[in-house]
Design a protein around this ligand. Structure first.
Ligand code: NDP
Length: 338
């Protein structure tokens, strides 16, 4: 059973060498009398929140740190090989928190979601039909209170969450602009996801001026994925009653001292609302996400771009690549294809 082991807590940017792959053994059976399930992991999800789990104490608070010397874990898609739990049987496909290893014994299987729809790619349950999908759904519809015709700006727009938020906003009839960190990603936003405009933030010396160019009348909704300088620039370009969904601030995760935000006074002047949210607190709405998104996927009205690496050995590089913008779309590690 190959496993990705977390070496030790991290300061600054995480490196591939902060993890290593070992090979151990596992009994491919649930122990007698246990209500665990034994799964074969198929797809593992690389997510930015995992950086917080590499700190000795997580500021996220709701999910613990990784344990040095032990395998890391995170969201994934898996197949049940053996089950001691009445809700699951051999052959079931599930998504939820699993180990970064080929096979995992899951001791609290109640938290797993059973996969019912298999006419779409299974790997989508790490993305559009999994945690990032719930993030986009809750963040956009619940936090942003969007209305047709509003001006929407999304940062890290080509990623797992951003690409979906942008397409939700377009389907609602909003004017949508995204920022991303390369020309290829900017092209993807405009050509594949149908954003009205997109720009490479790395090539804009003055972010506030760039936003003014795309939003001469101001921004109604900002879906915040990056924080730092981008947030400050948005605060200078808000319309009255602007809403900011504070989803993530990836530009801050590897800094020992987070950058300051300077333009908060504008929240008062523009009577804006900034609201943070955590996707897992909306999992009770998962059926609504499926109901909304599955038809769109089947009809080709929403597309979802994934960046897949092959083999569990590719996991550490794929995970740390998120913080350098190496992923184009949702980063997935393929452990096995059933
Ligand atoms: P992505 O697929 O977007 O991958 C991360 C991307 O972030 C990179 O590809 C890179 O894109 C961008 N990035 C990396 N470093 C920086 C930086 N210093 N400044 C600006 N951009 C940077 O990730 P997700 O879609 O999974 O996550 C997006 C955000 O949503 C993250 O902040 C994450 O923490 C947050 N999140 C929050 C959840 C919640 O419950 N609140 C749940 C899930 C995600 P580029 O090349 O464009 O720079």
């Amino acid at each position: 059973n190959k496993q990705v082991i977390f070496r030790d807590y991290v300061t600054g940017f995480p490196k591939e060498s902060d993890m290593h792959v070992t090979s151990g053994t596992i009994r491919l059976e649930v122990p007698e009398g246990s209500n665990s399930v034994l799964v074969k992991n198929l797809y593992l999800s690389c997510d930015p929140y995992m950086r917080g789990r590499m700190n000795p104490s997580t500021d996220a608070g709701y999910i613990g740190s990784f344990t040095p010397g032990s395998p890391i874990n995170g969201y994934g898609v898996a197949k049940v090989l053996d089950s001691g739990h009445t809700n699951f049987k051999k052959g079931d496909l599930v998504w939820g928190i699993t180990g970064w290893e080929e096979y995992s014994l899951i001791t609290a299987p109640e938290a797993l979601f059973k996969i019912q729809h298999t006419d779409v790619p299974l790997s989508y349950y790490t993305g559009i039909l999994g945690m990032p999908g719930m993030t986009a759904y809750a963040g956009f519809y619940e936090i942003c209170s969007p209305k047709k015709g509003e001006n929407v700006f999304i940062s890290a727009a080509s990623g797992a969450v951003g690409q979906l938020v942008g397409q939700f906003a377009k389907l609602l009839g909003c004017y949508v602009v995204g920022s991303a960190g390369s020309k290829d990603k900017v092209d993807l936003l405009k050509e594949k996801f149908g954003f009205d405009e997109a720009f490479n933030y790395k090539e804009e010396p003055d972010l506030a001026a760039a936003l003014k160019r795309y939003f001469p009348g101001g921004i109604d909704i900002y879906f915040e994925n990056v924080g730092g300088k981008m947030l400050d620039a948005v605060l200078l370009n808000m319309r009255v009653h602007c809403r900011i969904a504070a989803c993530g601030m990836i530009s801050q995760y590897n800094l020992e001292k987070p950058e300051g935000v300077h333009n908060l006074t504008n929240v008062i002047l523009r009577q804006a609302r900034i609201e943070g949210f955590l996707a897992p607190n909306y999992y009770h709405k998962y059926p609504q996400l499926l109901e909304l998104v599955l038809p769109y996927i089947r009809e080709g009205k929403i597309t979802y771009v994934e960046d897949k690496t092959e083999g569990i050995e590719s996991g550490p590089a794929a995970l740390v690549g998120l913080f350098r913008g190496r992923n184009v779309g949702k980063q997935v590690v393929v452990v096995a294809r059933e």
